[in-house]
Design a protein around this ligand. Structure first.
Ligand SMILES: [Fe+2]
Ligand SMILES: [Fe+2]
Length: 323
């Protein structure tokens, strides 16, 4: 492992912290080349940030297991850690009965497209590019809350599987082959993928997406609640569903501060066709069950230019190179 040849002392110090943490978990002091010798400037920077990096500086912080693998216990670089785990869920998780089939359905909210891991990762990643400090703070608050939700869903899955090997339903689920506990997949066994994350670098686009994502989470909990009779499950799921509604409202409020749901993402202005409505689905005959032609606020006269027969308007000549 080598130090990054960065000139920025702050950056070097930060990278050095990460190297130290990674090495403390995976390397042994018996392997002297587990770290390159730090430059004086790095050592000074590290000292200034009160990070302890050598075992002789921490006589009681060196724990050696019988296997010979040593782990160094590091003092935090700052007064408080960036993330900390408290062994206390946000809301009580108490499942009444073992139910492997329901546990598998619940995986949708653990490793599924609209699940808690997706939400947590998504809002966290979005926060980096957000140039609105207050909205960035909100994204981080909600992302961190979603970690708590992920833990609650995981605890529920674990409780729903406790002693489940004796249940015939267990044989029909993916748990019988992949093991107990929550898997990082959805209710159908599809592996979680970062393709499900939307982080566009544009906060308006991201907030609109987040409103939709929270609607997906709300619907998933809604369906789960309707598929269980277990009061403990219902109560916990109802709490989670309620919080997703809260998040959706927060995202909508944040969007309001940027111009509301019609706020424009990006920077390029639209052309004159913006308020034109093309009536491209016509000849509705409700009495034959194939739909009707209806109007609404989305194409109301005044604000919108309603083009009833747009074929002529839309039949512009295609002109390409050499045409
Ligand atoms: Fe959540
Ligand atoms: Fe949420």
């Amino acid at each position: 492992m080598h130090y990054c040849p960065a000139d920025d002392l702050g950056m070097v110090g930060l990278l050095d912290d990460l190297v130290v943490v990674a090495s403390s978990i995976t390397q042994t002091p018996e392997n002297p080349h587990w770290r390159a010798a730090p430059r004086d400037a790095i050592a000074e920077s590290r000292e200034a940030r009160r990070v302890v990096t050598r075992p002789e500086q921490t006589p009681n912080a060196h724990d050696r297991s019988e296997s010979g693998i040593s782990r160094w216990i590091l003092k935090p670089a700052r007064e408080s850690l960036m993330f900390a785990h408290r062994k206390k869920p946000l809301f009580p998780v108490k499942v009444g009965e073992v139910n492997p089939k329901f546990a598998q359905k619940l995986l949708e909210q653990f490793g599924g497209r609209s699940g808690e891991f997706t939400a947590m990762t998504e809002y966290f990643v979005q926060s980096f590019a957000c140039d609105k400090p207050a909205i960035r703070d909100m994204l981080l608050d909600i992302a961190t809350e979603e970690i708590g939700h992920l833990e609650m869903v995981g605890l529920m899955v674990e409780q729903l599987l406790r002693g489940a090997e004796r249940e015939s339903a267990y044989e029909n689920t993916l748990f019988s082959m992949m093991g107990k506990g929550p898997q990082f997949c959805d209710s159908l066994g599809n592996a979680w993928t970062s393709d499900w994350i939307r982080a566009s670098g544009d906060i308006v686009a991201d907030l609109k997406h987040n409103v939709s994502a929270e609607a997906g989470a709300k619907m998933a909990y809604d369906r789960l609640i309707r598929q269980t009779d277990d009061p403990g499950c219902k109560e916990t799921l109802n709490y989670l569903m309620t919080r997703e509604i809260s998040h959706q409202r927060m995202f909508l409020k944040a969007l309001d501060t940027l111009g509301g749901i019609t706020a424009m993402e990006g920077t390029v202005k639209p052309e004159a066709e913006l308020n034109t409505y093309y009536n491209l689905s016509r000849d509705g005959r409700g009495d034959q069950g194939i739909g009707v032609d209806e109007r609404g606020p989305w194409n109301a006269e005044g604000e919108w230019q309603f083009v009833d027969e747009p074929e002529e308007k839309l039949s512009a000549k295609v002109e390409g190179p050499g045409a």
